[in-house]
Design a protein around this ligand. Structure first.
Ligand code: ADP
Length: 590
């Protein structure tokens, strides 16, 4: 309703002012014309009076006789009452005045405007307040060669008279005004109705309400076209908005399933969106649990991001087509590793991405450690070989049996080197290329038997007794050479570390739908509890010197564990109560 009133009022007021100005202008023009006409009429009358007076003076030869007083007889003949008649000579002296009996005493009239004008142009006029009668007069002076006759009438053709005479015209103007007012009233009312409908329509469209309206509300005029245009713009907008919403939802869903934490910020550093990982990661990094996305700029670990953003803003706009500015760095917090990436877009909004790189980072560190361990392990046998060969080369006179001794030693070290390289390569293969091992249904008993046969001589030397309680029905989905390695390494370790006169027991103690469960134990001294948790680590040895003596690489149990894992099993080690080491492991049936 407010809209209607304001709109109508302003249209109405504008039209009203324009029409008022127009009416007043017409009236003023009319008044001016009327005034002109009346002055001409008055001038004509006064001219007539002057002519009559002139003829009278001529006829009676008054100028020569100087009997101007006889002009008084003319007074009754003059048509307009109160017409003043004055006769002047060229020097401005008053020769006669019909209003002033003592006219000879009147001041000189030469300076009067109408007199001056008549002397120059033959006739002259002026409107003035008479000093003698205190009324406004219209003076009309005419030059008659020898003297000037001036006639004057009271000047009263003012508004009063005009209003009197132009009453009909004024009434007509008033009527037109009222008519205009009524017309304006209805026109603006109708117009504002349309505008209000259009306003309601636009408001509904703006509020996403149903905008189906009757076509009859809007005729096929400009307003109808505006309405159609609004509907079209609204439809287009709605379509674009719907499409955008779908795209946004897709993007958001995608962000939620990502492993990375991602947040996008406006140039003012307000959050536009952030996925749950992002919140989780910044809470881990800040060691708090209530941090929101915007709080990231207060976390010390993200100071580099803040500095980077400050720097980017100072740098101002980037040249078009240039790559987006990026910041990339890693942080470590509570044994977890994160990669932080910040990308600034061309509109100065930016994205922060946090990736949990703990696993690959640990792997990298492990590999790094492994590489240095391998280098270290290889160095020892290589240095020995070099040493033996150098001794032989530098001492040509060395006795033959000594030479053989050194060469045998060097050969043994080269064997050790071969073992080491074999173990390393086997471990790498299990870890990185497990899929290359061929798996098939395999009875386990023959594999164990082959291992024992292989080590028979050494077992006999050490008086080792071996019991196998694995039935011929036990069939594993496995790889023969890996399973061979598992039992070979376990049995070799017992030979190497469990001492003499011992018993080894290999048994299947349980089975279920998916797995067979095995026990491997010896009756040796076992491993002290502090070392037990680490024996499956690469290159871990309980007693380094002893392990080297026996030719151990420190990789045996690592190979065992990784091979078991590749068979979808698990393995653990413990000391038996009655003494000796025991391994418990499972292997998958299928
Ligand atoms: P290595 O190649 O040196 O034998 P392993 O990984 O096979 O390395 O074994 C790791 C360590 O565990 C060995 O150095 C040894 O000290 C200890 N160990 C392994 N098996 C036994 C066992 N049956 N009895 C006692 N100690 C053992």
């Amino acid at each position: 309703m407010i809209v209607q009133r304001t709109f109508r009022k302003s249209i109405f007021l504008n039209f009203f002012i324009i029409f008022s100005i127009f009416t007043v202008s017409v009236l003023l023009y009319q008044y001016d014309r009327e005034k002109d006409y009346r002055i001409k009429q008055l001038e004509l009358t006064l001219d007539n009076v002057s002519e009559v007076a002139h003829r009278y003076i001529e006829h009676r030869n008054i100028f020569d006789s100087g009997d101007f007083r006889s002009l008084d007889t003319l007074k009754s003949l003059i048509p307009i009452s109160n017409t003043r008649l004055t006769v002047l000579n060229y020097s401005g002296e008053v020769l006669y005045d019909s209003f002033v009996p003592e006219y000879s005493k009147l001041e000189n009239h030469l300076s009067r405007q109408e007199v001056q004008q008549s002397l120059k142009e033959g006739r002259g006029s002026s409107i003035r307040l008479s000093s003698s009668t205190n009324q406004e007069f219209y003076y009309y002076a005419k030059d008659y060669k020898n003297y000037i006759i001036r006639s004057a009438a009271i000047y009263n053709i003012e508004i009063k008279n005009f209003l009197k005479t132009e009453r009909i015209f004024l009434l007509f103007a008033l009527f037109l005004f009222v008519l205009m007012w009524v017309l304006l009233h209805f026109t603006t009312l109708r117009l504002s109705e349309f505008i209000v409908k259009l306003k309601d329509f636009a408001l509904k469209a703006g509020n996403n309400e149903d905008i189906e309206v009757l076509d009859s509300d809007f005729k096929d005029n400009e307003l109808g076209i505006i309405r159609k245009q609004i509907i079209q713009i609204y439809d287009n907008l709605k379509k674009t908005k719907d499409e955008l919403t779908i795209e946004q939802e897709k993007l958001y869903d995608h962000l939620q399933v990502l492993d990375e934490g991602i947040a996008i910020f406006s140039p003012q550093r307000n959050k536009i969106l952030a996925n749950s990982h992002f919140i989780q990661f910044i809470n881990i990094i800040s060691e708090a649990s209530t941090i929101t996305a915007e709080n990231i700029f207060q976390i010390p670990e993200f100071e580099r991001v803040v500095n980077f953003l400050d720097h980017q803003i100072r740098k101002q706009e980037q040249p078009a087509g240039k790559e987006l500015s990026q910041l990339l760095y890693n942080i470590e917090k509570n044994e977890k590793y994160f990669q932080i990436k910040c990308i600034v877009f061309s509109d100065e909004s930016f994205e922060i991405m946090i990736s949990d790189i703990t696993r690959p980072e640990r792997r990298r560190l492990l590999k790094q450690q492994l590489t240095s361990n391998i280098a270290h392990e290889l160095k020892t046998p290589l240095a020995s070989i070099k040493g033996y060969l150098e001794t032989i080369l530098n001492n040509p006179s060395i006795p033959a049996e000594k030479q053989t001794y050194f060469m045998e030693k060097a050969f043994a070290q080269s064997e050790r080197l071969t073992d080491l390289l074999n173990d390393i390569s086997l471990l790498n293969n299990i870890e990185d290329a497990g899929e290359l091992f061929e798996f098939k249904q395999l009875p386990l008993r023959p594999v164990i038997r082959d291992v024992i046969e292989n080590l028979r001589v050494r077992m006999t030397q050490k008086h080792i007794n071996c019991h196998v309680e694995v039935g011929s029905e036990v069939t594993i989905n496995g790889n023969e050479s890996l399973l061979f390695s598992v039992f070979q390494n376990l049995l070799e370790n017992s030979i190497n570390y469990a001492g003499e006169n011992i018993t080894v027991l290999i048994s299947k103690y349980l089975e279920d739908e998916k797995y067979y469960y095995f026990k491997y134990s010896d009756s040796g001294p076992g491993i002290s509890e502090e070392h037990l948790p680490r024996i499956f680590e690469r290159f871990y040895r309980v007693d380094y010197g002893r392990s080297r003596e026996t030719g151990g690489t420190g990789l045996g149990l690592s190979i065992v564990k990784n091979a078991v894992l590749l068979h979808k099993g698990e393995i653990s080690a413990r000391n038996k109560a009655e003494g000796g080491l025991e391994f418990l492991f499972s292997l998958s049936k299928k």
